[in-house]
Write a protein that binds this ligand. Structure first.
Ligand code: 13P
Length: 254
């Protein structure tokens, strides 16, 4: 049995007060939730130190959405993995398509960020996924395989155990268009086969693979019912308490 995880990616939304109030509401919900689902709130940096002190539920954690590839020093505006860890946060998203496209983050840089995050005892949520033209040309398997192989280059099996993968087809992010459950399942199954080649069957069976891209209460149950879909990385719907809590509940019966 793999872990079931619902992670929220707030992106650049929520001021401090709004964020604390949402985090409190989700924590309250989680205090009563006994389904075993783990929840990770990936918030802007400014919320992290606050929300980690207010969490009371057992299965709720905080994460950042990015970290620097440098340890420390004269890098104005950057936030290091060590700083994130010092807030009590346990996770960091690396490789989100918005970072790849708007901030030109390439595979080598992402590999450096993953290594520095793991070296600082953070767990990584690594995002991969193809853009629309790659899907239309039928290149999506190759694209995702290359992203994974490059990102995890030089990463040992024991370090890899601290990585969660999120498959986020870029054409489904914030567009309202969701991958069908069959499309998600076939890609997750494929990703598991890539992990098996790199780290062996035992590890690939244990690796948590989340789906992200217009996931909402109306489609989460069906997506999460797929064999290789272990939960979701939720953008827009993670900003609304009701929607996010409904998504957490949609594992019922799995
Ligand atoms: P949406 O759920 O808003 O499509 O965003 C998905 C995402 O990018 C999560 O990281």
């Amino acid at each position: 049995m793999r872990r079931k995880i619902v992670a929220g990616n707030w992106k650049m939304n929520m001021n401090l007060q709004e964020g604390l109030s949402l985090a409190k509401a989700v924590d309250n919900f989680m205090q009563k939730n006994e389904s075993g689902v783990e929840v990770i709130l990936c918030t802007p940096f400014i919320h992290l130190a606050h929300i980690t002190t207010l969490f009371k539920a057992d299965n709720i954690y905080a994460g950042a959405q990015n970290c620097s590839n440098m340890d420390s020093g004269a890098y104005t505006g950057e936030i290091s993995a060590k700083m994130i860890k010092s807030t009590g946060a346990q996770y960091v998203i690396i490789g989100h398509s918005e970072r790849r496209s708007y901030y030109n983050e390439n595979d080598e840089l992402l590999n450096e960020k993953i290594i520095i995050a793991l070296n600082n005892d953070l767990k990584v949520i690594f995002c991969c996924g193809e853009v629309l033209s790659e899907r239309e040309k039928g290149e999506y398997y190759e694209v995702v395989k290359a992203q994974i192989e490059k990102a995890f280059s030089g990463i040992s099996l024991s370090d890899f155990r601290n990585i969660i993968i999120a498959y986020e087809p870029v054409w489904a992010i914030g567009t309202g268009v969701t991958a069908s459950s069959a499309q998600a399942q076939e890609m997750h199954f494929f990703i598991r086969s890539v992990i098996e080649k790199m780290y062996g069957k035992e590890q690939s069976d244990k690796t948590v693979i989340l789906y992200g891209g217009s996931c909402k209460p109306s489609n989460s149950s069906e997506l999460f019912s797929m064999n290789d879909v272990d939960g979701g990385l939720i953008g827009g719907a993670s900003l609304k308490e009701d929607d996010f809590c409904k998504i957490i509940e949609s594992f019922k019966g799995k």
